[in-house]
Design a protein around this ligand. Structure first.
Ligand code: PMP
Length: 374
């Protein structure tokens, strides 16, 4: 079977698994314990992982807070900022195409009386810097939270410009970078307005159940405190209590090191594979398909395609022995996609849409399967 659902999750890299195994066996120390070597080794392993992730993202190692994944990071940052600075009274600006872990968090806060502005997007799912600036001027928000790259259609938002605007207006800016880490190279130091980031290890060939919230240090009047979701023993600078999952953290660190080293070749390969697939689909299906994404300024390897008149669920079931694809986000697969709806697609068009998400570990010949599909 060809696995083309890498936006849902990725296959753990063998090197990642090898790095994790000792911490599931003999190296079982608690990194918060003291005085004996088992604990010291665990602490050292966590620090090394932190440094690898910080190198990948361009932040400092003490700005990384380990969480269970991007869902938790998004909840923690948005609820945490809203509570710390605004007692849930100050506006949050977001978009209509966020992942459900951002949207549902915002809806929860809205139910508590917090004003939320949901910015509309263009036909490819992007907001414009002007829209963000206008909304900031109108609402004096406490936080702007905008997805970096979309998990269903792959479009990239203008993060550099939004970060600049947020810095100018002294507004905290959070971006959900879960889908872009490793697929788009960036250095957080080049985005001074970007104060918070969310990511998950299992989207980048690491283990499930581990992710990070990057909480940048305060600087130049930009504050970055949050009220934690989990209170307890004070791990992770008091931001996220609970015994650290050392094996998962080590795996996350190894995955970060691998993708950092391979970033440019992986990105190039993804772009080539995507173009190859676009060509195959276009020549095989012609005007019977519609690409929901444009082909520029996007995450390489994510394609959203409408097969006109074909029910997507029936198609995916029929193809399931040969190829793993999805109808959109795995996290809200029972509901019609809010992302496709936000870019103006009708319910019928949404029910005919399939998401392809590639990995650099496949070959062009794997995609030849689609040459013969009728
Ligand atoms: N944000 C985005 C953009 C995602 O694609 C996902 C996973 N589909 C998440 C957040 C949530 O990640 P996790 O399920 O690992 O918590």
């Amino acid at each position: 079977m060809i696995y083309l659902d890498n936006s849902a999750t990725t296959k753990i890299a063998p090197e990642v698994l090898d790095a994790m195994m000792p911490y599931l066996k003999e190296e079982y120390g608690n990194p918060s314990s003291k005085y004996y070597s088992l604990a010291e080794k665990a602490k050292k392993a966590v620090m090394e992982a932190r440094e690898k992730i910080a190198t990948l993202l361009g932040c400092d190692h003490d700005e990384i807070v380990f969480t269970s994944g991007a869902t938790e990071s998004n909840n923690m940052i948005i609820k945490g900022v809203s509570e710390y600075y605004g007692d849930h009274k100050r506006t949050i600006i977001t978009t209509t195409v966020e992942h459900s872990s951002v949207l549902e968090t915002c809806r929860y806060l809205e139910s508590k009386g917090c004003p939320i502005v949901y910015l509309d997007v263009d036909q490819y799912g992007r907001v414009s810097p002007d829209q963000v600036e206008r909304a900031i001027q109108e609402t004096n928000p406490v936080l702007v939270s905008i997805i970096w790259g979309n998990n269903e259609i792959g479009s990239l938002n203008p993060i550099a410009q939004i970060s600049k605007i947020c810095k100018e207006y002294n507004v905290m800016f959070h971006s959900d970078a879960t889908q872009v880490v490793g697929k788009v190279s960036f250095d957080m130091k080049e985005f001074p307005g970007l104060r918070f980031l969310s990511l998950s290890a299992h989207k980048m060939y690491g283990p499930k159940g581990i992710g990070a919230a990057v909480i940048r240090k305060e600087s130049e009047n930009i504050y970055t405190k949050i009220t934690p979701l989990l209170h307890g023993g004070g791990q992770e600078n008091d931001y996220r209590s609970g015994t650290l999952a050392v094996h998962n953290i080590v795996g996350f660190g190894k995955a970060a090191e691998l993708i950092h080293n391979r970033a440019s070749s992986d990105q190039q390969k993804l772009a080539e594979l995507e173009q190859y697939l676009v060509d195959i689909l276009s020549s095989n299906f012609g005007d019977k398909i519609v690409f929901n994404n444009d082909h520029t300024n996007k995450i390489p390897g994510i394609l959203s395609v409408q097969f006109k008149g074909v029910n997507n669920e029936l198609l995916l079931k029929k193809l399931s022995p040969y190829v793993a694809l999805s109808t959109g986000s795995a996290c809200s697969s029972s509901k019609p996609s809010h992302v496709l709806s936000a870019i103006g697609k009708s319910l019928d068009e949404i029910r005919q849409t399939v998401r392809f998400s590639l990995s650099p570990h496949i070959e062009k010949k794997d995609l030849d399967f689609f040459k013969n599909l009728k």
